[in-house]
Design a protein around this ligand. Structure first.
Ligand SMILES: [Zn+2]
Length: 104
């Protein structure tokens, strides 16, 4: 490993550079923290993606089930549920797209 300050060769787990005397522990902690934050963002992004794709699908299926019912009210409910699931899918793609650009 090379010292980020003087570029001299130092030990992998060095806490302080023996050449220039700079402390290296802060950089290590900072890098690890950045990695942790990125991992957390990635996890929440994946969870949000799963929810955003699953919820409209559930709504769509429910809507189709209600469309097969006999009463007008239930069929109307089915139509609205399908409309909402389509709108929800479009919205989630827009939101996910914006989130995607801000992350990477
Ligand atoms: Zn150094």
């Amino acid at each position: 490993m090379k010292c980020p300050y003087c570029k001299e060769e130092i030990l992998q787990d060095a806490v302080k550079c023996k050449h220039c005397g700079e402390w290296l522990i802060q950089q290590k902690v900072l890098k690890e923290n950045i990695k942790k934050v990125h991992a957390k963002q990635h996890d929440s992004y994946q969870a949000f993606t799963a929810i955003a794709l699953l919820l409209p699908l559930v709504g769509f299926i429910l809507g189709i089930i209600y469309l097969t019912k006999h009463s007008l009210l239930e069929r109307k409910l089915g139509e609205h549920t399908i409309t909402m699931s389509v709108v929800g899918t479009i919205l989630s793609y827009v939101i996910l797209g914006a989130f995607d650009r801000s992350l990477f």
